[in-house]
Design a protein around this ligand. Structure first.
Ligand SMILES: [Zn+2]
Length: 237
């Protein structure tokens, strides 16, 4: 028997979209993570929440990332727990190749030191072909405060910290010279941005970065996230 079997009020069955087929059957949502949990349980709980609310719901985002990454940005940000750039800037997985360290410092090119930073820059620029290198400072940065507090000739308190933040020494020199009567906290705020400028300058000591900027294929962008005022500013170099 052939012919149309449609009856009034009968709706033709529509195939579900592919994104629904890729999802697992609905499960009860995991309990929200909280800081009173056992620390490892907190991590597992956080992942379960991410998996059910993001990973399983956005196969269009995560499926292509299984094959590789082509991030637009390389981001340098502070290790400070209050300023994760993926959270504050809404950067999605696959969008930003990220280095985080004390005070978001970029040291100058040096093959005998800083190979962790140098290798990340080299891979981002030469292999991943990122388009934008951005260094993001932030308010109330402990590393910047340490840099500004250091007295000439005083012994270091830590094994590594002081030596690391000295990367921003020229920025500190500029701030204390140009703003000698400015209160310490305000000097810190200025230094947070000047240290970013030193890092942007240091990026140009890496030959592939210098070539990319000269060719117009790379852009250097400074940034500052003020989590006290809730303000994010950027500037280009
Ligand atoms: Zn910081």
């Amino acid at each position: 028997m052939s012919g149309c079997l449609c009856l009034p009020g009968y709706k033709k069955k529509v195939d579900p979209p592919i994104s629904i087929l890729l999802q697992k059957p609905t499960q009860p949502p995991p309990p929200p993570p909280n800081k009173n949990m056992d620390p490892v349980e907190r991590l597992q709980s956080g992942f379960k929440q991410f998996k059910s609310e993001v990973y399983d719901k956005k196969p269009e985002l995560f499926e292509p990332l299984k094959e590789g990454q082509a991030p637009t940005y390389m981001v340098f940000a502070c290790s400070d727990s209050r300023c994760c750039p993926s959270v504050t800037l809404g950067l999605k997985p696959g969008e930003a190749f990220t280095v985080r360290n004390i005070a978001a410092m970029v040291p100058p090119y040096d093959k005998t030191k800083y190979t962790g930073i140098g290798s990340a820059i080299e891979y981002a620029v030469c292999a991943l072909k990122v388009k934008v290198l951005t260094v993001i400072g932030h308010s109330r940065c402990g590393g910047i405060k340490a840099l500004l507090s250091m007295q000439d000739g005083a012994a270091d308190t830590f094994h590594f910290v002081e030596d690391w933040v000295r990367i921003g020494f020229l920025a500190k020199k500029k701030v204390v010279t140009e703003y000698p009567h400015t209160p310490f906290d305000d000097q810190c705020t200025i230094l947070e941005k000047e240290a970013v400028n030193v890092s942007l300058y240091n990026l140009l000591t890496y030959p592939w970065v210098k070539e990319g900027v000269a060719a117009g294929t790379l852009k250097l962008v400074g940034g500052h996230y003020d989590f006290v005022k809730g303000v994010f500013t950027t500037w280009e170099k």
